[in-house]
Design a protein around this ligand. Structure first.
Ligand SMILES: Nc1ncnc2c1ncn2[C@@H]1O[C@H](COP(=O)(O)OP(=O)(O)OP(=O)(O)O)[C@@H](O)[C@H]1O
Ligand SMILES: [Mg+2]
Length: 379
């Protein structure tokens, strides 16, 4: 570990506190910032005031070292920090277009969609692409894959690496896999990941799937609040790690049938508001025959649009017939949102593959607005 990130480099932190923190999975001063004083106090048993002092000191030390920004910063400084944002090309023209260059570091990208739509395939593909040199669209870094559904397949990595002209053995060596067996274990892995990320030049952190274990363990409405609280903690931690360590976070999410949606696509991501409000970017994957459609659903600066991609031995790829065309999704009017049964949205004429989704899009956005507000209620 870098000498100046050691816990005992902080004034007032001796071997006893270092051990306590270490036992709780906090191994360097960046971890202290990521977890925050409330949690530090909870897990170590130290009082809140001491925890605040320690976290404050570590923050000042990281500011001195130029690793994090001051509390009050000029827009220029924020701009500079944003200039450090790296992008991992997806290796496809279509998804790079959708993402404006690729998966961003310092951000959480959530991809959701029904089974078999290609979420896991995309995760595998990105594990390979992140390793490419910067000139070739990668970040010359490694990937950390938190696998909660036992769907990580090294043989898929081998074929994607080969298709990209890379040495499969080397590519496999640069992926660290952590299998999570239950939601508490999943949280623990993430809490412990700081040191692994720092020491292994991890530039891509994947959680596939982020919500699955929580969903399976917390059944029924009575347990919903508890689940959302844990999930909230997990997803916020994910964002803070991505920001602090300047790596890209990619999380997958399943969809559930939403019985109250009669028009458009009756599916929406599991996890409701918690995940939606914390992800920087949200992408919806949808099957369309053999092809797949990816839609940017929520982004602070991308237009809402759709692209077509395909799945192959090489992972996520551009469709062979070149139909990667971007389609800007038209937002429905407020009137449509309130009563989509009487006001039919206008449908733009598009190619057959996108027709289906395009048709549903107009009503879906309105539905999504409606269901988003009661997402936690109806699950
Ligand atoms: N070697 C391959 N070549 C072509 N397509 C493949 C290959 N391997 C998998 N696929 C495609 O990927 C699909 C599975 O995608 P994936 O496992 O990514 O789904 P998912 O979105 O993660 O689903 P779930 O919600 O069940 O986890 C298969 O249906 C198949 O179409
Ligand atoms: Mg999957």
């Amino acid at each position: 570990m870098t000498e100046d990130l050691r816990l005992d480099s902080l004034e007032g932190v001796g071997p006893v506190t270092t051990k306590k923190l270490g036992d709780a999975g906090i191994h360097n001063i960046m971890d202290l910032i990521v977890r925050g004083p409330v949690e530090i106090a909870d897990i170590t048993g130290m009082d809140r005031e001491t925890a605040e002092k320690i976290v404050n000191k570590s923050r000042l030390q990281l500011v001195d070292q130029g690793l994090i920004a001051h509390d009050f910063v000029s827009a220029t400084d924020i701009y500079k920090r944003r200039l450090e944002i790296g992008k991992i090309s997806t290796g496809t023209e279509c998804l790079d277009n959708l993402l404006d260059g690729g998966l961003e570091t310092q951000a959480l990208t959530e991809v959701y969609g029904e089974f078999g739509c290609g979420k896991t395939q995309w995760c595998h593909t990105m594990c390979v692409h992140v390793q490419k040199p910067i000139e070739e669209g990668g970040l010359d870094g490694r990937a950390l894959y938190i696998d909660t559904e036992n769907t990580f397949r090294p043989e898929r990595i081998v074929s994607i690496a080969k298709a990209n002209g890379m040495d499969p053995e080397k590519v496999l060596n640069n992926i660290i896999v952590a299998r999570a067996y239950n939601s508490s274990h999943q949280i623990l892995i993430l809490e412990e990941s700081g040191a692994v990320i720092k020491e292994n030049n991890i530039k891509l952190l994947i959680v596939d799937s982020a919500v699955g274990l929580f969903r399976a363990e917390y059944l029924g409405r009575g347990t919903l609040a508890g689940r959302q609280q844990k999930l909230n903690h997990f997803v916020h931690l994910l964002v803070r790690i991505a920001e602090t360590y300047n790596c890209a976070a990619l999380a997958t999410n399943q969809v559930m049938a939403s019985p109250d949606v009669f028009f458009g696509d009756p599916t929406r991501p599991v996890g409701g508001n918690v995940v939606a409000h914390t992800s920087t970017y949200r992408i919806y994957f949808k099957k369309s025959g053999k092809k797949r459609i990816a839609r940017m659903v929520d982004s602070p600066h991308h237009p809402e649009q759709e692209v077509i991609f395909a799945l192959s031995e090489a992972g996520v790829v551009d469709p062979e017939d070149g139909t990667t065309k971007k389609t800007t999704v038209k937002k429905p009017t407020a009137q449509v949102g309130h009563d989509s049964s009487i006001t039919k949205p206008k449908i733009k004429k598009v190619e057959p593959e996108t027709m289906d989704s395009e048709k549903k899009t107009a009503t879906k956005t309105a539905d999504a607005e409606k269901t988003e507000t009661d997402a936690t209620k109806s699950e």
